[in-house]
Design a protein. Structure first.
Length: 132
C-alpha cells in the first residue's frame, strides 16, 4: 500500500476516536492543510479492506505450500507489497526455492497484484471492461 493511503487511514482512525469522545464535533481529515473528501476516504478504506482480504486469502492458500505459518504470511506480504525478503523460509538468508511450482505461481500473481495495484488487475478481469 502506498504511504499516503496508510497516512489517511491513520488520520481517519484518530478522527473517529476524537468523534467518539466528542460526538458533536465537526472534524475533517486534512493532508497538508487541505481537507480530504469523504469519498476519497471511503475509497481508501475499501482498498484497505480489499488488500487485507487478498492478503488473508493468499496466506491461507500459501499454508498448503510452505512449511509454517510465518513463511506463508511473510511470503504473501513480501510479494503483495513488493518489499523484498520475508521471514522464516523466505527470509534474508533463505529464498523461494523450497516452495513448489504451484506456490510460486500463486506468489507471482500476488506480486503482479501488488505491482499493478489491486483495482487495476481486478478491473481488467471484469467482463464489462472488455465489452466497451
Amino acid at each position: 500500500m502506498k504511504n499516503i493511503r496508510v497516512f489517511v487511514l491513520i488520520k481517519k482512525t484518530l478522527r473517529e476516536i476524537r468523534l467518539f469522545m466528542q460526538p458533536q464535533a465537526v472534524l475533517k481529515v486534512k493532508i497538508g492543510g487541505n481537507p480530504v473528501a469523504q469519498e476519497v476516504i471511503s475509497h481508501i478504506s475499501a482498498f484497505f479492506i480489499l488488500f487485507i482480504l487478498v492478503f488473508a486469502m493468499g496466506t491461507l492458500l500459501m499454508t498448503f505450500f510452505t512449511p509454517d505459518l510465518q513463511t506463508a504470511l511473510s511470503s504473501v506480504i513480501a510479494t503483495l507489497g513488493n518489499i523484498g525478503p520475508g521471514l522464516g523460509g523466505v527470509g534474508a538468508v533463505e529464498n523461494f526455492a523450497k516452495i513448489p511450482a504451484v506456490g510460486k505461481m500463486l506468489l507471482t500473481v500476488f506480486m503482479l497484484l501488488g505491482r499493478l495495484e489491486l483495482y487495476t488487475v481486478l478491473i481488467i478481469l471484469l467482463p464489462s471492461f472488455w465489452r466497451k
